[in-house]
Design a protein around this ligand. Sequence first.
Ligand code: SME
Length: 170
Amino acid sequence: MSENLEIVNGTKEEKYAALLPQIESVVEGETDMIANMANVASMIHETFGFWWTGFYRVGSVSEGKYVAGEYLILGPFQGPLACMRIKKGKGVCGTAFATGETQVVPDVDKFPGHIACSSASRSEIVVPLMRNGEVFAVLDIDSAELATFDEVDKQWLERVAKVLGDGNAN
Ligand code: SME
């Protein structure tokens, strides 16, 4: 793995095209999921300068009780302090978890039940990570501007999700 992230100047397609092979190279050399999520969050965040970039992992214990697959729990991220637990079906992350579908939200104020971890967040994309046909985590990215994310981000970030999951992200 190279010591430094290479960020190209250009369109977001060009940035993603340069980023994806670097992510593949980092993840291929490490089996620990937390370590991989930490570096992938950093690489995306540094490349695009988003407001918040990180992962939530599906957890099974809440307040000492076993509640299989009911919560997302904060994982590795870059950016400001964030909500630590999100219930399945709640907010943008919980919807991606419940449906297994990427959520592209141009204006978070118009998303029913959006969880405002930060009032500076204006638009958001959440991509599920799949293993054995089940969501085991989500990649959540927040922008301080409206309508930052579109089909281009969705396509490329789903490819990132496949690098971390088992290739069934769609
Ligand atoms: N806004 C998200 C919560 C997570 S934070 O933005 C980091 C949501 O509605 O799921």
